[in-house]
Design a binder for this molecule. Sequence first.
Ligand code: SAM
Length: 277
Amino acid sequence: MTGTDAGSGTGPSPGHAFRIDVFTLFPGVIEHYADASILGRARAQGRLDLRTHDVRESASDPHRSVDDATFGGGAGMVLAPEPVFTAVERVEASADGLLRPFILLSPSGPTFNQSTAVRLGGSPGGSAPGFSLLCGRYEGVDQRVADHLVDEELSIGDFVLAGGELAALVVVEAVARLLPGVLGNDLSAEDESFATGLLEYPHYTRPATFRGWEVPEVLRSGDHGRVERWRRAEALVRTLRRRPDLIEARGGLAPDEVRLLVEHGEVQVLRDHGYDW
Ligand code: SAM
């Protein structure tokens, strides 16, 4: 096993860190990314216990081969069941055990989204201790792994990657940044895209005028109430324009939201989406 179980710094003791085990043929990919990202900081603070397991170390033949040809013919190789079962069962038999759900990254799984990240991370302050991930390679993983070892599958979108490592990192990072204390400002996770069923409002920083383009006056007004209402209106307009499916999923705009958009002069987007006021 590679990976650090704990670290230095402030925060919860290592025993309380949220644990994620990643089974992969390329543990270095996960480790390098973790070292260079908030995952490394979360580890160092003892908030995230990210462990990587090299599946190849569980291969029994002298060449440490982990793949074999597809039964029935066809191009490409398949990740064999034996090294995967052995790697997972070794962890299962260890003192710390294996944390489930044990999830296979696969284009055939349901699509990962923010609700899945929240579910896997547990609610803030909740008791979910962690989960485990399996990265496929080649043409994929022997089906018996999916049928008899794995609890669920997750895809990160309708495209095909060469391996599950990037998909695993997407899941790990999306979950880890929701853990208490991992983001510098915990409010950022509550406020951002998808957390409220909306896309996020636009952000600006200095300078107030850049190449003649001005930051909206309201954001420089110091009037927190106005800023709040502007941000809410912008989030609603952006979501209505770019992701009307998200608005539909929350049952459409509420009457006070329609009024807010009218107040902000956003009548065209309301008309375009069939709202009356
Ligand atoms: N032959 C498979 C298919 O058509 O569905 C694709 C296998 S892909 C080349 C190899 C591995 O990459 C998969 O086993 C999976 O672990 C990972 N992978 C590829 N695309 C993915 C996606 N969209 N989401 C999650 N994992 C993915």
